[in-house]
Write a protein that binds this ligand. Sequence first.
Ligand code: NI
Length: 388
Amino acid sequence: METAGLQDRLEQHFKWFHEHPEPSNGEVETTARIRDILGEAGIETVAAPPDGGLKTGLVARIRGKAEKPVVALRCDIDALPITEESGLPYSSRNSGFMHACGHDFHTTSLLGAALLLNDERETLEGTVKLIFQPAEEGGGGAWQVLETGVLDDVSEIYGIHVASDQASGIIGISPGATHAGVGVFKIAIKGKGAHAAAPHHGRDPIVAAAQLINAAQIILSRTIDPFDQAVLSFTHVEAGTTWNVIPEEALLEGTFRAFTKEKLTWIAGRLEACCRGTAEAAGLAIDCDWRTYTPATNNDPALSEFAAETARSLGFPVAPVGRIMGGEDFALYQQRIPGVFWTIGVNSPHGTHHPGFIADRAQLSSSARLHAALARRSLERLRGKGTA
Ligand code: NI
């Protein structure tokens, strides 16, 4: 397919996806649209609703000359609960929701790759699975896809994200971790209610909450190597209903992030210690519940080099990606399958998750071509190694 034709086609699709953002696990119309576009091109879908194990999202499959080896390309399809203020003529029609993280761009570029790979399937050295993943924004989408078992035969996986602050068309690839591992916590402080004028009759959970929040600040500032990157944020505080009653309970929630499992576990351990100490001092009970939500991304070094070389062979400028403390559930695939999470610059006036975010749609066909080249060349390499 010639590039100008592909670009025009993808722009039309992109505008539709941008106009129709849907929340995590609610991507019903989006999934139907993806399925229609693939269906028109004669591309089969597996793990598609209602029978494939996913409620939204789907996996498409393009079989080449051989069934194996298998490589996967992944995009995410969900939007955010943000009211759009981009001023684009094709702004969101779904009030209160917006594609503010570029997942419409990811979806469209992967559809472009599907069309390109389907055109050349007779010369493909194996099978490509294209993952249109639901619920990346905190809805467990990667787990849902992994649980279908559809990726059990996949040898390598590649995923895209737009880079809002990079110049258009720059491909970002770095080995190792680019997105932090994410921990979440919920702390329940169980005190004893009392009249506000008689605090000695109760056990004040609000004062304990305040002390705990302060005590926890010591974890990062005093127990983590200043050269390590980590963050701990309290994001939800709830207690009481009125001005003259000391309540029974307080609730705290938040997140902590770091680039290794050891560091995440360390932070959680210190947070538990802060809870125990505060509970002891305040004479009340504190429950600390935490878990790791996603690990850090982990780009395979050899495959990162391969991906960079593939991008350069198509004429793209390649630059390293700076680390961010944001999480990305692509990391869950990388725990099982070696892979690379790469970025493309889209030169937005605002960052992702901002109501004024705009992705440069001129980069759609470039992204599609890189997705397709990564799949084609990785199958050739795997075939050459005799791993099929
Ligand atoms: Ni995103």
